[in-house]
Design a protein around this ligand. Structure first.
Ligand code: ZN
Length: 133
């Protein structure tokens, strides 16, 4: 894995959180994008070379709605950039990690993404992402 690509934070109200994080970072979100297939609306902030992704559920069955119901708002996942997501999935499966979606799916911010089940990663939801050229 190359580096941390972004940190995802689950929020109840994206509009309110956009304002909060804009004052925290001193600049507004640079991208707002809905990923209908995942039931989320996302908003990205830059903090120097690092990125924060806010996620709000767009329907009650969204994974974000369930996360907030169980744990409340807060850090939802850590995303790592990888060069070859299919190779990385094979490698991690060989190491015994549980992959939630074996076939990479299209996520926000022009990425192919795969998630690892938190039960195999000490309770942390890990996202692998590869830039789509
Ligand atoms: Zn993410």
């Amino acid at each position: 894995m190359k580096k941390i690509e972004h940190i995802g934070i689950a929020v109840k109200n994206l509009e309110k959180s956009n304002k909060l994080f804009a004052s925290l970072f001193g600049e507004p979100s640079y991208k707002i994008e809905e990923v209908a297939s995942e039931g989320v609306k996302t908003s990205f902030f830059a903090s120097g070379p690092n990125k924060i992704e806010l996620l709000q559920a767009t329907n009650p069955n969204s994974p974000i709605a369930k996360f907030i119901e169980n744990k409340g708002e807060g850090i939802h996942h850590i995303a790592f950039a990888v060069l070859d997501i299919e190779e990385e999935v094979k490698r991690l499966q060989n190491e015994g990690f549980v992959v939630l979606n074996e076939i990479p799916k299209k996520g926000a911010d022009n990425k192919l993404v795969v998630f690892l089940h938190p039960k195999s990663t000490n309770g942390v939801l890990i996202e692998l992402c590869q830039e789509i050229d």
